[in-house]
Every structure is written in structure tokens, then in C-alpha cells.
Ligand binder design. Structure first.
Ligand code: GLY
Length: 568
């Protein structure tokens, strides 16, 4: 099955180029290549990116092509109906980032999800038309291309058009994802048209999956750029679909949507430079705060995933996630976020001083909290032959987002507005956060945890990393960086290693099942921590520049079925 899947991709590759690609599906042994690498949740999409590199495209070109390809081959999170963030670091030292987070529509209000009793009605911030944010992906990719792209835009969208038009085989990951959402497809006729066969039956393993409406929308984007999505035929189609189904996104919302080029947030860790995403993602700030706290310990000596190590990580996580909940939101609506302090090493030292090296602290339940964030989303990383790197995370929020396809457009719409604090003023142990920084407002972006990150050394990119996983994203990316810098792992080992997650409240640490020995768990619990096991935490994708040997390494996490690193 996997071979069949790959053979389609290879036919596409051969049509585009005559030189040979190398690939590694996933695992602890990274792909090692000389000229550039892409690691993503879909090997087919990684190979599309590599073909662009071979055509002379740079890392941004390859990232754009990979992102559009993922919208076809990895529909649970790859998207044009969602949003995300791209971090770029050039070999010349130039670093920047692009924010294409979804926005609340103009008609949004702070209490739009609440009933007369002040409670969220029917989970409407997560499910249904009101949870859909104005999509940002196409605008973000287009802006990145305007600023940093080198090949023609149309060439970068072309492979995705072909994949949607000609079809891809249903892999096991697609098959099982479609199966799990069968009732959603049945509920929405526009979704059934895409995710079920014409006779209403489910797609089987190995079936050819053709997406003609998506191919048509991608072709509009290919020909008209940003406007192909935000104006004209697609804008009318989407606004009409909204009106007919109780949604509130209008043509005006689409017309007004702008992606933003932002200064990334920066920190250092043991002499390495950390370049990551600024608000409206909480990822960069929270991760750099944790790295600053952890820099005060000799983590290599403490030992990877020893009980003592996990204790120190937990205490750093607890404190940084509390700060995240209190302070962070969309910068356009929160002018006084204390970013300088949160990123400051002196502040981290004061926070570190509150950590007992032998005993767990207790999260203060009167402060802040946790709200549900889906584990879905997808991340990919790219390095080109010149050493430029892109780290890109984007999402529909839940797996397959709202599970609602824009009728006639062939693309899934997000349910990202669930990342807002839905109930103003109510923060409790059950999972609500009601802090003002992240309340709903028209044209506001919900706070994100996406953490696309580039680690540099002496001003040159060393590795690009990130992961899906809702609020766990920040901790997954943190542990990946520690795995390389403190524990000397290669990028394959680093993405595969077991991970933990703590997010202040609830005051519980989750351990990935199958990675931690009972005696480690016993010692950890003996320090006063509550823990429980969970399934996979994220799906990290990383690329690394081994300058000593003149090689690029790609690590694709085996936690997702179709993942793979490709290069040449
Ligand atoms: N929806 C996941 C995130 O933005 O972090």
C-alpha cells in the first residue's frame, strides 16, 4: 500500500525533474542528504517540496509548495481553510516570521457563544459554523512568497493542483481518519461529497481519492494568487455557504483579511540562538521562558528522561504556562503584554529560585487555567541547499477542523475560534480560562500554541523544528531542542524520543505511554507529582544542518502514519 502511495508521488516527481530524490519514511535514523530536505506529515508533500528545491527554489518556495500539497494529501490538518505561522531564517542571518492565524469575523462578539445562563451553548465555540475563523493560510503563503520567494507562484501551487485533480491513493492514515469522522461526513452534505464515495460508502484502503472541487479552488489560487481565495468566485462561494448555513463570515471579512510579517521572538540557550513565533502564538515566548529557566541546570548530567530531569521540566512548564495564561493574546488587542520580562533571563532566574529541586510545587487553582485545545495541527520543516530554513506550523484546529467543507470549494473549514476564551471572567479548574487577553473580538486572532522554531548558531540556521499537538506543542518543541542540545541526539532520535506535558492546570503531568520505566515513574510520583499516561504527544518534524560533514538531516516523526523526510 505504502509503495503504491509512494509510486504515485514518484511519478509526479519524475515528471517534474530527472535527478533522484532520497527519502526516509520516519524513525530514529534521519535522512542525510547534501542539497536540501523537507520533513512533513506526508511523504508525498515532502517530495513535492524537494522537487521545488531541485528546480532551484529556495526554502520558502519549497515550504509554500509543501503546504499546498499537504492541503491535498493530509486533510486532517494541511489546509487552505485554516491558518498558521511560518518562521524563516536565512543563511545570511536574516530572520522573520509570517502570521496567518485565522481571525474572528466582523460580526463576532465577546459573548457570542453564551446562553442566558452565561454558559457556552452546545459547545458552539468548538463545533458548528460559529467556530469558523476567517482563513489565513493562502494570504500567509502569498505574503511569504512576495517577500522571500524566488520561483513563480504558479509553479509552487501546480503540484497540489495535480494531486487534487489526478487523485492520491487512500493510505491507512487517511482511511482511518476518514472512518473516525464518518458521522460528521454524513451530517454535512458538502463534506460527504469529498470524504465519501458518490454512493455514500466509505473510501477503502488503496482507492484513488480525487478532489475536483479542491483542484478548481487551487487553480484559482494558482492563477490569481491571494485574490483567488479572498475575492471573486471563491469569496462569493464561501460567503454564500456561510449565509445559507448560519455562519457569519462575509465577503467583506475575506477581503479585509491580511497576513502579517512579524518580528520573531528571540532568546538564547547555552549559546545557541532561538528564533520562534511571537504572539498571537504563545509558543515562542513560553518556550524561551522555559529554556531560560532550564539553562540554570546541568541537564546533560541529570540525564535524559530521568525522574529528576522530568521534575525540573515539569516545574519550568508549570510556571511558564501560568504566565502564558495570564498575559498572552493577539498583540493587536493587547498592547501591554510583558514580553520583555517573560523573555528575560533575570526574570527566569527569579522563577527558577522558586523551584524546589526535590519536591513538586502545587499549581494555584485560583489563577488561570486550561481550556481544551485539539491535538491536531501539522508541522513541517525545510532546509535548502544554501542553508536557508523554514519552520511552518498550520492547522484547522481539530482533526479535519470543523469537518465542514465549503460547498463547491472542496476545502475544509477550521474551527479555530475555540482557541479564544469563551466565557469572560470565568477561570476555573474544570478547564476554563476567562482572562481578558484572549477574549473574542471582531478581527481578533485567537491565542495559539503553535511553535515553529529555528535554532541558529553564530547567526546561521542549525535546525528547524516544531510539532502539532494543541497546548502540548510548546513542550514537544522544547524537549526536541533539549534532546539535541543537552543530550546530543541526532534529529531523528530527537523527534522520536518520549515526551511529557504539564500546562499549569490541571496539575497533572502526562507521560507518553511506552517510553518511561516504572521506577522512573515511581521516583517522579514520590516527589509529589500526579501523572497519567497518554497516547502520542504531537508529531515533530525537524531538519538539521550538519556543517561539519556538509549534510542536511531530516527527522520525520513516526507517530503519524504518512510522515516522511525527503531530500536530494
Ligand atoms: N489550534 C492549535 C493552536 O493554535 O495551537
Amino acid at each position: 500500500m505504502r509503495l503504491f502511495y509512494r509510486s504515485i508521488a514518484l511519478v509526479l516527481c519524475i515528471a517534474l525533474s530527472t535527478s533522484t530524490s532520497l527519502y526516509a519514511t520516519s524513525g530514529r535514523t534521519p535522512l542525510r542528504v547534501e542539497n536540501g530536505v523537507v520533513a512533513s506529515a506526508s511523504l508525498t508533500a515532502s517530495e513535492v517540496g524537494v522537487e521545488i528545491l531541485k528546480q532551484g527554489g529556495n526554502a520558502v518556495d519549497a515550504a509554500i509548495a509543501t503546504a499546498f500539497a499537504l492541503a491535498v494529501t493530509w486533510p486532517s490538518a494541511g489546509n487552505i481553510g485554516g491558518g498558521g505561522f511560518m518562521v524563516y531564517h536565512g543563511e545570511d542571518g536574516h530572520a522573520t516570521s509570517f502570521d496567518f492565524r485565522e481571525k474572528a469575523p466582523l460580526a463576532a462578539t465577546e459573548t457570542m457563544y453564551l446562553g442566558l445562563d452565561g454558559k457556552v451553548v452546545n459547545n458552539s465555540n468548538h463545533i458548528g459554523m460559529l467556530a469558523i475563523g476567517v482563513p489565513g493560510t493562502v494570504a500567509g503563503l502569498y505574503k511569504a512568497h512576495e517577500e522571500l520567494g524566488s520561483l513563480p507562484w504558479a509553479d509552487l501551487v501546480a503540484p497540489a493542483v495535480a494531486l487534487a485533480r489526478d487523485g492520491i491513493p487512500i493510505s491507512y492514515a487517511l482511511y482511518s481518519g476518514f472512518q473516525q469522522n464518518q458521522s460528521a461526513w454524513e451530517q454535512h452534505p458538502s463534506s460527504a461529497e469529498v470524504f465519501l464515495k458518490a454512493d455514500g460508502s466509505a473510501y477503502e484502503l488503496g482507492d484513488l481519492w480525487v478532489q475536483p472541487d479542491l483542484a478548481k479552488t487551487l487553480q484559482l489560487i494558482q492563477e490569481q494568487g491571494r485574490d483567488g481565495f479572498y475575492k471573486g468566485e471563491n469569496a462569493k462561494l464561501l460567503a454564500d455557504f456561510m449565509r445559507a448555513n448560519g455562519g457569519v463570515i462575509t465577503e467583506e471579512d475575506l477581503e479585509q483579511y491580511e497576513a502579517v510579517e512579524r518580528e520573531p521572538v528571540r532568546g538564547t540557550y547555552r549559546g545557541y540562538e532561538i528564533i520562534s513565533m511571537a504572539p498571537p502564538s504563545s509558543g515562542g515566548v513560553t518556550m524561551i521562558e522555559m529554556l531560560n529557566i532550564l539553562e540554570g541546570y546541568d541537564l546533560a548530567a541529570v540525564g535524559h528522561n530521568s525522574a529528576q530531569y522530568l521534575h525540573l521540566l515539569t516545574e519550568a512548564m508549570r510556571r511558564a504556562y501560568a504566565d502564558r495564561a495570564e498575559h498572552l493574546g493577539d498583540p493587536d488587542f493587547n498592547e501591554s503584554m510583558p514580553l520583555d520580562e517573560l523573555l528575560d533571563k533575570e526574570y527566569a532566574a527569579r522563577v527558577r529560585a522558586t523551584i524546589d529541586p526535590d519536591r513538586a510545587s502545587v499549581s494555584d487553582e485560583t489563577q488561570f487555567g486550561n481550556a481544551y485545545e485539539s491535538d491536531e495541527t501539522t508541522h513541517f520543516s525545510v532546509a535548502d541547499k544554501d542553508g536557508n530554513m523554514v519552520s511552518l506550523t498550520y492547522t484547522l484546529e481539530f482533526g479535519y477542523g470543523s469537518r465542514i467543507v465549503a460547498e463547491g470549494g472542496g476545502y475544509l473549514l477550521n474551527n479555530e475560534l475555540g482557541d479564544f476564551n469563551a466565557v469572560p471572567g470565568v477561570t476555573d479548574r474544570s478547564g476554563q480560562i476567562g482572562t481578558p487577553a484572549n477574549l473574542v473580538a471582531p478581527q481578533k486572532r485567537p491565542l495559539s500554541s503553535m511553535s515553529p522554531t529555528i535554532v541558529a548558531q553564530d547567526g546561521k540556521p542549525l535546525m528547524a523544528v516544531g510539532s502539532p499537538g494543541g497546548r502540548t506543542i510548546i513542550n514537544t518543541t522544547l524537549q526536541l531542542i533539549l534532546n539535541v542540545i543537552d543530550h546530543g541526539m541526532n534529529i531523528g532520535e530527537a523527534v522520536e524520543a518520549g515526551r511529557i506535558h504539564h500546562q499549569w492546570l490541571p496539575d497533572i503531568t502526562t507521560f507518553e505511554e511506552g517510553f518511561f520505566s516504572p521506577d522512573t515513574v515511581n521516583i517522579y510520583q514520590g516527589m509529589g507529582h500526579e501523572m497519567r499516561e497518554r497516547g502520542r504527544q504531537g508529531s515533530a518534524m525537524g531538519v538539521y544542518h550538519d556543517r561539519e560533514n556538509g549534510l542536511f538531516l531530516g527527522g520525520a516523526d513516526s507517530r503519524v502514519g504518512d510522515s516522511g523526510a525527503a531530500g536530494y
